[in-house]
Design a protein around this ligand. Structure first.
Ligand code: ZN
Length: 236
């Protein structure tokens, strides 16, 4: 938290933190809170999920970029272009230019990091993700990041002894467990029928199918959480 306040001070310059930070944090409190590791974990029940993937999947920019955007917007409204340039390290004359700079910065980070590469496959383009009407629930986050109650992941976390689906005899990947596994066929039959063979990347961009994927992933995650994780701390 010290880093965040210190960084905020750098961005806002001579503005009084006692007055302005309150405005910043109260107007964007939910977003900033959401960018926090613990809040993400608490909300999604994620399994050692890289925060970079959680941010992109949820379309919530990294906290330092949110603060930069707020600082730049503040000085733009007051006509201080010099301050805007100092914060962004380039010139921006209006709100859409500021947003574009922030999105580009996030895109660079997303391409450079080695974390969250499974999620990158679903959402390679930050600008596109920000424009998508897509509500992410816990089960869907598990699937998109691969960090869910699937034996492949649970084995990596040393919670189960092997990474196999013992019903089907194949590796218990998210794809197998959510889309194909025979163990849950009776409880998710309807959702799988609706999705058919449509690739998940396409499902995510098709509102009428996303609901089925959300329900499917929710049912599967709940089923395996009950089966494997009763009493287990998911964040260890
Ligand atoms: Zn199976």
């Amino acid at each position: 938290m010290c880093f965040e306040y210190s960084f905020l001070g750098d961005v806002l310059g001579e503005v009084s933190l006692s007055s302005f930070s309150f405005v910043v944090f109260s107007s964007s409190f939910s977003c900033l809170l959401f960018a926090n590791f613990s809040a993400f974990w608490h909300f999604f029940g994620a399994y050692r999920t890289p925060v970079e993937a959680l941010q992109v999947a949820s379309a919530v920019p990294p906290m330092h970029l949110q603060v930069k955007k707020l600082g730049a917007m503040y000085w733009l409204k007051r006509g201080n272009q010099q301050r805007v340039s100092q914060i962004l390290h380039q010139e921006a004359e209006n709100k859409s230019e500021i947003i574009s700079i922030i999105v580009n910065a996030w895109q660079e980070l997303w391409e450079e990091t080695k974390k969250g590469r499974r999620c990158f496959g679903f959402f390679p383009d930050i600008e596109e993700r920000m424009g998508m009407e897509l509500e992410i629930t816990g089960g869907l986050m598990h699937y998109l990041t691969g960090h869910g109650p699937y034996r492949q992941k649970l084995h990596q976390m040393k919670i189960v002894e092997d990474n196999m689906c013992h019903i089907c005899g194949v590796v218990a990947t998210p794809e197998h467990i959510v889309l194909r596994c025979m163990e849950t066929r009776n409880i998710v039959w309807e959702e799988r029928q609706l999705l058919g063979e449509t690739p998940v990347t396409e499902v995510l961009r098709t509102p009428e199918l996303v609901t089925a994927l959300r329900e499917l992933t929710h049912k599967v995650s709940n089923y395996y959480k009950r089966k494997y994780l009763n009493g287990v701390d998911r964040r260890v």
